[in-house]
Design a protein around this ligand. Structure first.
Ligand code: 2HA
Ligand code: ZN
Length: 264
C-alpha cells in the first residue's frame, strides 16, 4: 500500500477509535503532491467524473484524497480503495476520479464544504493541505449547554488547560445548527475558515484544517480534550482556574499571537 494511503487511513482509524466518527459520520479530504499521487497510480486515467455547481477554479490541477459518501471511518484502514477516492480537480466544476470508490461510490456529501474550506485556507496558508470533519462527543455536549458565542467558546476552551492557547491561538469558530450536506452550511463554514482553522457545528461536530495529518489530528485532540475537561467541571464548584493574566504570560513566553479582544 502507498505510504500516503497508509498514513491517512491510520489517522482515519484513530479518529474512529476515539469514538469521533461513528457509523458513516465524518469525512476527510487531503491534498496530495504529484509525487504522492505517483505512488498510488502509474498513469492518470479517468474512471468517472463528478460535477459540482460552485467555482473551484483556484483548485484546478490539485489532487485530493476524499472519503466516500456513506462510507465508514471504521473500514478505511482495511479497505482504502473502496472507502476513499483519489480525485483531480479537472475543471472549475468537475472532479475526475483516478483511483478508489471501487464499488461505484462517490465523494462524501460534504465534499463541496470541504473544497470551499480548502479554497479559503489556501488563501491564508500556501502549505495548507487537510480538512477533517468529525463528531467529537464533548464538543457536541458543549453545544447543547453553552450559548453559541465564539469568543465565549474560545475563552472557555483556552482556560480549560494550558495547551489550548498554544495549539489554537486564533480561537475557534462556532456555527448554529444548520442542515448538513448543503450549500448554506458549506458557505458558512468556509466563511469562518477565513479566520479560524476549526469550526464547530452545533449539535453535530467539528471541522478542522491544517498542513499535516499530525497537526490536524493534534488540533482535534486538543480541542476535544478541552471540551471534555469543561464537561467534567462545568457543574462543579471551581476554586481556582487559569486567569487572563496567566494566558497573557503564556502567550508572551511562547511568543504566541493569539486572537485579541477576548482576554484583554
Ligand atoms: O455523512 O458526518 O456531516 C457524514 C457526516 C455528515
Ligand atoms: Zn457530520
Amino acid at each position: 500500500m502507498a505510504k500516503v494511503i497508509e498514513e491517512a487511513t491510520e489517522i482515519i482509524d484513530l479518529l474512529y477509535k476515539h469514538g469521533w466518527d461513528e457509523r458513516n459520520g465524518g469525512n476527510f479530504s487531503y491534498i496530495l503532491t504529484d509525487e504522492e499521487v505517483q505512488t498510488i497510480i502509474k498513469e492518470e486515467k479517468e474512471i468517472r467524473e463528478f460535477k459540482y455547481d460552485f467555482d473551484m477554479s483556484s483548485l484546478i490541477g490539485k489532487y485530493f484524497l476524499i472519503t466516500g459518501t456513506q462510507k465508514y471511518f471504521k473500514n478505511c484502514l482495511k479497505d482504502p480503495e473502496t472507502n476513499l477516492g483519489l480525485l483531480k480537480v479537472k475543471d472549475k466544476d468537475t472532479l475526475s476520479l483516478l483511483w478508489g470508490y471501487k464499488d461505484g461510490g462517490r465523494p462524501t456529501s460534504e465534499a463541496p464544504t470541504h473544497l470551499k474550506c480548502h479554497i479559503e485556507r489556501l488563501k491564508k496558508d500556501k502549505e495548507h493541505r487537510l480538512v477533517i470533519h468529525c463528531h467529537p462527543t464533548n464538543i457536541i455536549c458543549m453545544s447543547h449547554i453553552l450559548e453559541l458565542d465564539e469568543n465565549k467558546w474560545t475563552e472557555i476552551l483556552w482556560k480549560m488547560q494550558t495547551e489550548s492557547l498554544v495549539v489554537f491561538p486564533e480561537g475557534i469558530g462556532v456555527l448554529p445548527w444548520i442542515i448538513c450536506g448543503g450549500d448554506e452550511i458549506g458557505e458558512a463554514t468556509a466563511l469562518k475558515m477565513k479566520e479560524y482553522r476549526s469550526v464547530v457545528w452545533a449539535q453535530h461536530g467539528l471541522f478542522s484544517t491544517g498542513k499535516t495529518l499530525d497537526e490536524v489530528f493534534g488540533l482535534i485532540e486538543t480541542i476535544e480534550k478541552a471540551a471534555e475537561i469543561y464537561m467534567k467541571i462545568c457543574d462543579k464548584k471551581v476554586v481556582q482556574s487559569i486567569t487572563n493574566d496567566n494566558l497573557k504570560e503564556l502567550a508572551k513566553a511562547f511568543n504566541i499571537n493569539y486572537k485579541k479582544g477576548i482576554i484583554d
